[in-house]
Design a protein. Sequence first.
Length: 395
Amino acid sequence: MLWRLCYGGSRNVIARSLFQPTVKDLNTNLYLIRRCLNDAASPQTRRKLRVVGYWLLGCCGLVATTVTVGGVTRLTESGLSMVDWKFAGRSAPSTQEAWDVEFEKYKESPQWKYQVVHSGMTMNEFKFIWYMEWGHRHLGRIIGSAVVFPTLLLITRRWVPKALKYRLLGFSGLVIGQGFMGWYMVKSGLEDKPESMDIPRVSQYRLASHLGMAFTLYLTMFKTSLDILLPQAASPSSPIRNIRIWSAGVAGLAFVTALSGAFVAGLDAGLVYNSYPKFADQWIPSDLIVFSPAWKNIFENTTTVQFNHRLLGHTLLIGICGLWMLSQPLVLPSRARLATTALMGMGWMQVVLGVSTLLLHVPTWCAAMHQQGSLILLTLATWLHHELGIKKFKK
């Protein structure tokens, strides 16, 4: 049977080495067996796997869109406009009376009582923030349907390998957990705290968890789609392996920097010091450590949160520049070279967007681009890490 699968064309050479061996190395025979079995996989199976890969890329696009809408929802302070949550969602109000009911519900929320009531809000302004939150929630439900139901179909029909089944189940668990985390986050901003001197907002801890889960879902699906559509064939040479490890470090640092950005957004820390490169007239702000215990400053002191985000951003840029310079003497395939160059360009663009957001006092359009830039940066770092592991390279 194996002879028939391997018979014909270049496969004939493989078959002869297996069944009419001369003096062959055992490792060579094992390699030929693996190659033979891979070549014997049916075209239908390969087509199904490619469909799965493209489906995961489409899901990545949905997640990226939802992250963008979620960022704008936070920046426009629209996230607390809907004071209830239903798992299956609900339609938007269709009559003026229904809108009046929604508006009255919102007027019972802490955001209205302690913040908006002083500046006022028209019905049209309320409709805008309500639709922002409503759209963000429904995008989340669309992602859930796009991930969970196809996963159940693929598993029940046995169209994917066992290892891939576990990944798909993990994606489904992540997207469902993400929905509950979203409501858990919003709920923190609906709790009435009359003793607090701060404006009503969602917990920065829950906001960072919500964003981190979204980024994790996106990156793991993206990496899996690359594994399917551009499978790795061999381990890279030693110099390239070092670059690959460096790219993994850049991706990890970019992820941590993005999470620190969630704390900046959650605390409105971007409005504390709107100067660059100094903090007002200081290189190190005097109010960097004011809370006790000291570790609380990392997550709750607006000055420390902004300081750390700047520091992480600068360190990330240095890491990207170092990666680019180390890759220059090496001969890379076109896709790996393109990924390296794109990562370098996006690293500088992200810093420009961050500084512009700061100096312009956090305009919505610029801050949203800065958040989306972090996802693009992570995408490029993940892509580069994958490309550097596809095959052996020349020094």
